[in-house]
Design a protein. Structure first.
Length: 471
């Protein structure tokens, strides 16, 4: 019998990010993965600015930056000739919306590489992934959850997190439904290939050349020798994911010869859809990532929303299991994340249909939790920074706030006012003069970088900390 405080089902970006967050908090967490290895494809290759901030906090920013690069400009081809560039991701639109963030554009890293980096970090922190462990069922009681595994072994944990994808076995075992829609009836082939005869400075775009044809796009994958090839097909057809099938579609829709595609490293087909789980929690089991919400890949919101799920749930599980917080804190996970997931599903679907532009809407820097029961602001309402908002980065003398926030603790900013004593070892105090966009006052920043409490004076701060039950 495998035992842990938390069992995470699924070693994708969601499960691994959650594993890293729990491991750095001293929580015993075990990641179970059905496959024998990490996912091998590039699928979720775009990391949004807010996700880059999260990865910096988790201690993996340096390898992520080294492994990737910015998105290239699109190059449109017709009849074997270059006919002009197409800016698919306008850098100015992102920079203008970035505000205080150090990250101004999406960063391209193939999903398989992101997972390797997170896995390495998990191992560095003493965590572990058990491969070849398929969950077939579960039972839960007042003290924990028992997982049944196809191997004949079992696993027992105080809490379980389903991060096992859109076809989540755990979600099905719980009987939690998913409500959604088909975003596009046309199936899509996506594959990682090796190609000769194309430069790596552009995202190569081949518009449909005839009736019944779909688009073809070939993007060089930063930090690798591979290209990601994406081809759309008419509704009702089944794309051929073999080397010969991919060679055939590339030759038919571009100037490439079949032999220019020398290797297929990974291939899959899917039909873009959007779906949201009816619940994100059932007893001691939580749903996160694709197990809770499935996105169209347009706009790069799926993986990024999923990592945010892990970031939100990780500190709450850590607070309950390692820091003495009340278990009721875990109720705020679904309360906060399900509305955000619904919002991002609307954005990714809108980008897919050409109704929403990539930029401010897709960066995820403006998301927050103002309406959460975990949010309290004792100041008069005004159109300024409020509790529930992402805490902006800034400098106070020699201190960068994001450096002060980094780690598993809460942070109390005392700006232009005295910091009260707090009987909570998990709170770090940072003092400084009034500083925009904060202004003057006290700001208690959550471990995930959002302002939990704000006030002009200490007033109700003590009762807020006591309500959480933090030591």
């Amino acid at each position: 019998m495998k035992t842990a405080d938390v069992v995470i089902v699924g070693a994708g970006p969601t499960g691994l990010a959650l594993g890293v967050d729990l491991a750095r908090r001293g929580v015993d967490a075990l990641v179970l993965e059905k496959a024998d290895t990490l996912f091998p494809g590039s699928r979720g290759k775009g990391l949004q600015p807010r996700t880059m901030e999260v990865l910096e906090d988790l201690g993996v920013l340096e390898p992520v930056l080294a492994a990737g690069g910015p998105y290239p400009v699109g190059m449109i081809w017709r009849d074997g000739e270059r006919v002009g560039e197409h800016v698919m991701l306008d850098p100015d639109a992102f920079r203008n919306a970035a505000g205080d963030s150090a990250f101004t554009v999406p960063w391209m890293v193939p999903q398989w590489r992101t997972q390797e980096i997170l896995s390495d970090r998990l191992v560095e922190l003493g965590g572990r992934v058990d491969f070849g462990q398929e969950v077939t069922g579960l039972d839960q009681d007042a003290t924990g959850v028992s997982l049944h595994l196809a191997s004949g072994q079992g696993a027992r944990a105080r809490y379980v997190v389903a991060a096992d994808g859109g076809r989540s076995a755990v979600r099905r075992a719980l009987g939690v439904g998913m409500t959604g829609e088909t975003v596009d009836p046309n199936p899509v082939l996506v594959s990682d290939v090796r190609i000769t005869g194309l430069d790596r400075d552009h995202w190569h775009l081949f518009p449909p050349g005839g009736e019944g044809d779909g688009h073809l796009a070939i993007c060089p994958l930063a930090g690798t020798e591979d290209f990601q090839l994406v081809a759309q097909f008419p509704a009702g057809t089944a794309p051929d994911t073999s080397l010969e099938g991919i060679r055939k579609v590339a030759a038919a829709r571009s100037h490439l010869a079949p032999e220019d595609i020398t290797e297929v490293r990974w291939a899959s087909e899917f039909r873009p859809r959007a779906a949201l789980a009816d619940r994100f929690r059932s007893g001691r089991v939580f749903l996160a990532g694709d197990a809770a919400h499935v996105h169209s890949p347009a706009g790069g919101q799926g993986l990024n929303t999923s990592v945010q799920d892990a970031y939100n749930l990780g500190w709450k599980l850590g607070a309950v299991l390692a820091d003495g917080a009340r278990a009721a804190l875990l109720d705020t996970y679904e309360e906060e994340r399900r509305p955000i997931a619904a919002q991002m599903l609307g954005i990714s679907t809108g980008v897919h249909r050409g109704e929403i532009a990539r930029g401010a809407a897709t960066m995820q820097l403006g998301l927050g939790y103002r309406e959460s029961t975990l949010t309290e602001d004792t100041r008069p309402a005004a159109d300024t920074l409020r509790a529930g908002d992402r805490a902006p980065d800034a400098r106070l003398a020699e201190v960068r706030l994001f450096d002060a926030f980094r780690g598993p603790h809460w942070t109390l900013l005392a700006l232009g006012t005295e910091a009260p004593p707090l009987a909570a070892r998990s709170v770090r105090v940072v003092r400084g003069p009034a500083r925009q966009p904060y202004g003057q006052g006290l700001f208690l920043v959550r471990p995930d970088g959002y302002i939990g409490w704000a006030g002009d004076s200490a007033g109700a701060l003590g009762s807020y900390v006591a309500r959480l039950g933090l030591r």
